[in-house]
Design a protein around this ligand. Structure first.
Ligand code: SAH
Length: 396
C-alpha cells in the first residue's frame, strides 16, 4: 500500500480548488506515511486528490507537490524548477537587474523552497521537512539549471521550528560567497551580505516599489525620511530620482546602516544621506517633539504580525508608526507606507492607515496602491502568497 492520507468528509474542497495545504485537523487517518515522505492525499471515499509531502509535527500536515497522479521524482523537480526559471524571463530586465527571486515556494509550485539569485551566486531556503529531505537533489538541479558560482543556504528562519527542524546555514555547492556580493538592481549598485543579512540578504520584493516610488515624481520631495531603511534600497532610488533629495535613513541595526552608507556611496549619493541608529518609534516621537518635518516619509517596517495572536498588538504598531509619520509630513507631503504581514489584509491595512490619519488630523488621498514584485508571484489559488501591501498617500 502506498503511503496515504485520508481526509474527513468535506475537507477535500480546498484541494479541489487547488489550494496546496492540508491542515492536520482535516485528516481522518494516515496510512503507512512517515514524516517527510511523499504521500497521496485522498478524499473520504479514497479517491486520489493530490500528491504531497507529509509532516505529522506541523499544523500544515501536508503540502501538495502536484494534483496529477504523477511521480515526484528528479525529473518532476527539474520540470518545476525550469518552469519557475522560465517564468522570470518576461519579469526581469536582465540588462539592469541581476538579483531576483527565482523560486517563491508554493506560488511557484515548489512548496517550502526559496531560491534567490544574487549576481553569480544563489541563496536557497528550505522551510519544511518535506523539502529538507530533498535538499541535495534540489541543490544539484539548481546548480545544473542556473550554473552559479556557488549556492549558499540561509535556512535560519523561525518557520522551520514548526516543522521540527533546526537552523541550517552554509555553503551547499561551489564557492563561498564574498562578504558582500555586488548586485545590480534597476541599474543601481548594491552590496548584499547574503551570509548575515536579513532574509536571504536583500528585500527583493520591494524592487518595483522602489522604482515606482511616488516621491520620485514629485519635484518638491527634498527632505525624505526613510524609516526602517535596512541597507538603503529606497534611499538610492530616491536620490537618483531627485537631484535635490536628502535622505535620513533610520534603522535599529548599525550593520544595516553601515551598508546603507556604502550603498549610497556606490551610487554617488552618500553626501546626501544621513544615518540614524535607533528605535523608530522613539525617534519619530522625538522628531515630533522637536517640530521636525519632511516632504516624504517611507515606512517599511518588519513584520509586526506573524501569528494571529499578535494581530492586535501588531495593528497598534502600524497605527502608531503611521500616526507619527502623518504628523511629521509637510503640507502636500507624501507617505509611502507598507505592511509585509500576511495576516493583515490590504483592506485592514488601509483602515489602520485611515485611523492614523484621522488621529493625526490630516486629510490624505491614496495616490497609489503597491504590492510585492512579480518575481514573488501571488497564486490565485493560494491567497496566503500575497503578503506585501503598500499605500502612497498625499496629505493636504
Ligand atoms: N526598506 C528596506 C527593508 C526594511 S526591513 C529595503 O527596502 O531594503 C525592516 C528593517 O527594520 C530592518 O532593517 C530592521 O533592522 C529594522 N527595524 C526593526 N525594528 C526596528 C525598530 N523598532 N526601529 C528601527 N528599525 C527597526
Amino acid at each position: 500500500m502506498p503511503p496515504r492520507i485520508i481526509l474527513k468528509p468535506g475537507k477535500e474542497k480546498p484541494l479541489l480548488a487547488r489550494h496546496p495545504w492540508v491542515f492536520s485537523g482535516a485528516i481522518a487517518r494516515v496510512e503507512n506515511a512517515r514524516a517527510g515522505e511523499t504521500v497521496d492525499v485522498c478524499d473520504a471515499t479514497g479517491r486520489f486528490l493530490a500528491r504531497g509531502y507529509y509532516n505529522p509535527q506541523s499544523q500544515i500536515a501536508a503540502r501538495v507537490w502536484t494534483f496529477d497522479d504523477a511521480p515526484v521524482d528528479r525529473d518532476f523537480l527539474r520540470a518545476r524548477l525550469e518552469r519557475a526559471i522560465g517564468a522570470r524571463d518576461p519579469l526581469i530586465d536582465r540588462a539592469t537587474t541581476n538579483a531576483y527571486r527565482v523560486v517563491n515556494a508554493e506560488s511557484d509550485f515548489l512548496p517550502g523552497v526559496i531560491v534567490d539569485r544574487y549576481a553569480d551566486f544563489v541563496v536557497m531556503q528550505f522551510l519544511t521537512l518535506g523539502v529538507e529531505t530533498r535538499k541535495m537533489e534540489l541543490v544539484e538541479l539548481v546548480a545544473e539549471l542556473i550554473a552559479p558560482r556557488g549556492i549558499y543556504e540561509r535556512s535560519d528562519v523561525d518557520v522551520r521550528e514548526k516543522e521540527g527542524l533546526v537552523s541550517s546555514v552554509g555553503v551547499l555547492y561551489g564557492e563561498t560567497p564574498p562578504d558582500l556580493i555586488e548586485i545590480r538592481e534597476s541599474g543601481f549598485r548594491f552590496g548584499v551580505d547574503v551570509k548575515r543579512g536579513h532574509k536571504t540578504g536583500f528585500y527583493l520584493d520591494q524592487r518595483e516599489n522602489r522604482r515606482q516610488l511616488a516621491v520620485s515624481r514629485q519635484p518638491s520631495a527634498v527632505e525624505i525620511l526613510n524609516v526602517f531603511s535596512y541597507t538603503g534600497g529606497f534611499a538610492v532610488y530616491a536620490c537618483a530620482a531627485n537631484k535635490n533629495a536628502r535622505v535620513v535613513n533610520l534603522d535599529a541595526s548599525r550593520d544595516a546602516l553601515n551598508l546603507a552608507r556604502e550603498n549610497m556611496r556606490l551610487n554617488d549619493c552618500d553626501a546626501r544621506g544621513e544615518f540614524v541608529e535607533g528605535d523608530a518609534f522613539q525617534i519619530l516621537r522625538r522628531y515630533r517633539d522637536q517640530g521636525k518635518s519632511f516632504d516624504a516619509i517611507i515606512l517599511d517596517p518588519p513584520k509586526f504580525v506573524s501569528a494571529q495572536a499578535q494581530l492586535h498588538s501588531g495593528l497598534r504598531g502600524y497605527k502608531d508608526i503611521n500616526l507619527l509619520a502623518f504628523k511629521l509630513l509637510k503640507p502636500g507631503g507624501t507617505l509611502v507606507t507598507f505592511s509585509c504581514s500576511g495576516q493583515v489584509s490590504a483592506p485592514l491595512f488601509q483602515t489602520v492607515v485611515f485611523q492614523a490619519a484621522t488621529d493625526a488630523r490630516r486629510d490624505a488621498h491614496i495616490i497609489a496602491k503597491l504590492s510585492q514584485a512579480p518575481d514573488h508571484p501571488i497564486l490565485l489559488a493560494f491567497p496566503e502568497s500575497e503578503y506585501l501591501k503598500g499605500l502612497v498617500c498625499r496629505v493636504d
